[in-house]
Design a protein around this ligand. Structure first.
Ligand code: NDP
Ligand code: 8G0
Length: 450
């Protein structure tokens, strides 16, 4: 990372680093926000005196717990579970649960911190949190997944509730896992409440929740292009990932006439220069959602190219949609994107672009919507799921999609409002940080020293 020039920012970051030693992802997420917020509140005596930014960077609490479960061979297995309850100034803690071997406290703290700003941007009454476990669901049987989810929820159930903290899925946690966790919560507490989102439609789930994040990422791109009198039609697109977010990002792009030239997983990238068809995407969805397959199988299945171990960023494409994981665009990838003429990036994954890559992309004048703005559609529809649960109602696809679009457009407007530069271009990172910060900060000021 480049050395920090601003003296106040450097001092603030020294404090963050010394209070959170070794938590690199958390430092990265805080620095990205502080870069915009430290100058923004420099002359705000009240925000300074009330230590608003210091308080925002300290989670309200973190619970960490042992998850003991039994595998199919009868072995006792142990994992570590967490819930980071970051900030509930504007609503109950809200954010997903990740099951992946790379889960650490630092990763969940960065995600929970980002979540606070994102949830604020949605305009809905949602605080920020995140949870997960270092459990690897790959290769596990359905019954092992069930036992793990039940063991995880047995402990987590002590800390959550519809008005307290409302988790959902994330990497490695989809509809099936949410079902197992909801079932266990209901069994333990004997209450039927909207304590999780991303539920099945039969037990309180919202229409469009599975699609929401990916669709929203595309709506954000559409809004950025339209501001330039441009459109998605016939644009070549690089999508990374092939999970929930990537699949529905690809679906919406195809529907709107763009060409999805790549998708990927942790083994490598597929490439089809003329763009995947709807039938290709259906094949990929079955491969990933039902057969637990790898992207390399697309070569035989749908006739794409496959580049083992590679990310898609060096392939030709006008638009980029990172939808896999954090720091999947590094400096060399950013250079490749600039070289092949990428004009805009909409982030589906959380913090997919590392700080050096962000600088390169900014320098090149590429439009770049940060995850906290671009992927907020997922949590927004989770917020709508909570509303429907409270109303004991269920809205149609059209109603939910219309709300989703409206929320993404309003986030785009907030970014423009707070991030517009003198030359008329927009710093979407700055706009999202300031707009997300304002609402939470003002609520915290209203509460006094708590
Ligand atoms: P899924 O588990 O459905 O899919 C994850 C995808 O990313 C898979 O293709 C996976 O490949 C790939 N991936 C995950 N970790 C790595 C890694 N360390 N290196 C390389 N590839 C990796 O998760 P989602 O689609 O739900 O989540 C993707 C991203 O979007 C995450 O950053 C998540 O936080 C974010 N997000 C998700 C939302 C949602 O509603 N689901 C909402 C907002 C943000 P493989 O199959 O090989 O592991
Ligand atoms: O619905 C949610 O609360 C949720 C689930 C997964 C990821 C996210 C996110 O915004 O990163 C939110």
């Amino acid at each position: 990372m480049a050395e920090i020039q601003d003296k106040d920012l450097a001092k603030f970051m020294r404090g963050v680093v010394s209070r959170n030693p070794g938590e690199l992802e958390f430092h990265q997420a805080v620095q990205e926000v502080a870069m915009d917020i430290v100058p923004y509140i420099k002359d705000n005596e009240r925000m300074q005196r009330m230590r608003i930014l210091e308080r925002m960077t300290e989670p309200d609490r973190i619970v960490s717990f042992r998850v003991t479960w039994e595998d199919d061979a009868g072995n006792i297995r142990v994992n570590r579970g967490y819930r980071v309850q970051q900030n509930n100034a504007i609503g109950p803690y809200k954010g997903g649960i990740r099951f992946h071997p790379t889960v650490t406290q630092s990763v969940l703290k960065f995600l929970a911190f980002e979540q606070v700003f994102k949830n604020s941007l949605t305009g809905l009454p949602l605080g920020g949190g995140k949870g997960g476990a270092d459990f690897n669901p790959k290769g596990k049987s359905d019954r092992e997944i069930m036992r793990f989810c039940q063991a995880f929820m047995t402990e987590l159930s002590k800390y959550i509730g519809q008005f307290t903290d409302v988790p959902a899925g994330d990497i490695g946690v989809g509809g099936r896992e949410v079902g197992y966790m909801f079932g266990q919560f209901k069994r333990l507490k004997d209450t039927f409440e909207g304590v999780l989102t991303g539920k099945g439609i039969e037990f309180g789930g919202s229409r469009i929740r599975p699609e929401a994040t990916g669709y929203g990422v595309v709506y954000m791109m559409q809004a950025m292009l339209e501001r330039q009198n441009d459109s998605l039609k016939d644009k070549t697109c690089l999508v990374s990932g092939s999970g929930n977010v990537a699949q529905f990002c690809a679906e919406k792009l195809i529907e709107l006439g763009a060409k999805v030239c790549s998708m990927s997983d942790s083994s490598g990238t597929i490439y089809k220069p003329e763009g995947l068809t709807r039938a290709d995407l259906d094949w990929i969805m079955t491969l990933k959602n039902e057969r637990g397959g790898r992207m390399s199988e697309c070569v035989e299945g749908i006739g794409t190219k496959f580049y083992e171990g590679n990310r898609p960023w060096a392939l030709p494409g006008q638009l980029a949609f990172p939808c896999a994981t954090q720091n999947e665009i590094e400096a060399a990838d950013a250079i490749a994107l600039v070289k092949t003429g990428c004009i805009a990036i909409s982030e589906g994954a959380n913090m997919p672009t590392d700080p050096d890559a962000i600088d390169i992309i900014r320098e090149a004048g590429i439009m770049h919507a940060p995850s906290k703005a671009a992927n907020a559609g997922g949590v927004a529809v989770s917020g709508l799921e909570m509303s429907q649960n409270s109303l004991r109602m269920s809205w149609s696809r059209e109603e939910v999609d219309a709300h989703l679009k409206e929320i993404i457009l309003s986030i785009h407007e907030k970014c423009v409002d707070k991030g517009i530069r003198e030359d008329g271009t927009v710093d979407y990172f700055k706009g999202a940080n300031i707009a997300g910060f304002d609402k939470v900060a003002n609520a915290m000021l209203a509460y006094g020293a708590v």
